[in-house]
Design a protein around this ligand. Structure first.
Ligand SMILES: NC(=O)c1ccc[n+]([C@@H]2O[C@H](COP(=O)([O-])OP(=O)(O)OC[C@H]3O[C@@H](n4cnc5c(N)ncnc54)[C@H](OP(=O)(O)O)[C@@H]3O)[C@@H](O)[C@H]2O)c1
Length: 324
């Protein structure tokens, strides 16, 4: 009789051990381990050229905070955006605060596609060949349609908006990464590619295109990580940041909460995860917990939770729009 219970005991022990490992790993990653981002702050092996980071979508929101954090860490920075004036202001702001560092701006509209746009991306990246680039942050992204609409059903979406969302959130990051990777590999030293995902990838109603495009980003990032390992380039870290709602960004200036951190805290949280060994990780413990819990839910609960989350957000946006 007792021998028939052995398989159950074995399964129970394995399950408990895995669960304990997951809990301890969570505590280690989100509360205890120090970031290893400083290892990307190295001079060129064959010269004293200082390290540079490239940030896409740097002119606002989280990207702007990434720029401030990297400057605090003493990195020179290439700021990408679509608005030359906004980039100029940010460059001046950074230069005033960090006069010992250098800042460059590159302009490219991520919503464009086709051979001309890919050529333009390659051309602007070619202007950076003199730099010792050790970090690429694929931050550019937006859930907004061309007119700013965020939530819409697929049949109410213009074909041009489908292209717009896929271009900004998936095509541009892929084309840009393709162009920048040779710079990251050229020096043979440690390099980091950090990309922004979204919990929208869990399949939120009325956000189908944005969520699907952000899912592309994380799948791309995971595959790139393994591509580096397969090629023996373990010194190149590829990390995806799973992102929930963040405030202090272009579309949300509400008060920060545990669930919706401020973009500055979010950026610091993301950098704290550098070197954690995961392929995709959340920037804050709360968002990490939510992400893991939603994925572990049975489907009917996940449906309810994602549908009610979108309803709440739509109501909040409607209230904010009325006030404005
Ligand atoms: N905030 C959130 O709640 C949240 C949640 C999940 C994921 N994310 C992800 O986090 C990243 C940053 O988002 P955010 O909230 O910080 O957004 P944000 O405040 O709107 O900033 C987006 C940045 O991307 C630039 N950008 C937008 N469209 C562009 C285009 N067509 N061409 C070139 N640049 C363009 C913006 O330039 P301009 O200054 O010219 O507008 C800005 O610099 C995105 O990848 C987003 O998907 C954010």
């Amino acid at each position: 009789m007792y021998t028939s219970l052995i398989p159950l005991a074995v399964i129970g022990t394995i399950w408990t051990s895995l669960f304990t490992f997951k809990v301890l790993n969570f505590i280690w990653i989100y509360f205890l381990r120090p970031s290893s981002i400083k290892k990307y702050h190295h001079n060129h092996i064959h010269s004293s050229a200082p390290p540079w980071a490239i940030i896409t979508g740097a002119s606002d929101g989280i990207g702007k905070q990434y720029a401030h954090e990297l400057a605090r860490l003493d990195f020179n920075i290439v700021l990408h955006g679509r608005n030359a004036t906004k980039l100029h202001h940010l460059r001046t702001e950074l230069h005033d605060e960090f006069p010992h560092l250098s800042f460059r701006a590159i302009v490219a509209d991520a919503s464009k596609s086709g051979p001309e746009s890919s050529k333009h991306i390659q051309e602007i990246v070619d202007t950076l060949r003199d730099l010792h680039v050790t970090i690429l942050i694929n931050n550019v992204g937006s859930g907004g349609y061309r007119d700013g609409t965020v939530y819409a059903e697929i049949q109410d979406t213009e074909p041009e908006d489908i292209d717009h969302l896929i271009n900004v959130n998936a095509r541009f990051p892929a084309q840009f990464t393709r162009a920048v990777v040779p710079l990251l590999l050229s020096h043979g030293g440690p390099a980091l590619i950090l990309s922004m995902g979204s919990m929208g990838e869990l399949g939120c109603p009325k956000l189908s295109l944005y969520g699907a495009a952000k899912c592309f980003d994380m799948s791309f990032s995971r595959a790139l990580r393994r591509e580096m390992i397969l090629a023996g380039r373990d010194h190149v870290e590829v990390l995806g940041i799973m992102t929930g709602s963040v405030t202090g960004v272009s579309h949300n200036k509400s008060k920060a909460t545990l669930q919706t951190p401020d973009s500055g805290d979010f950026a610091r949280g993301a950098f704290q995860k550098v070197g954690c060994g995961e392929d995709v990780v959340a920037a804050t413990a709360f968002q990490g917990l939510v992400w893991n819990m939603v994925r572990a839910m049975p489907l009917f609960l996940r449906d309810q939770s994602l549908i009610s989350g979108i309803k709440r957000d739509m109501e909040m946006r409607a209230k904010l729009a009325k006030k404005a």
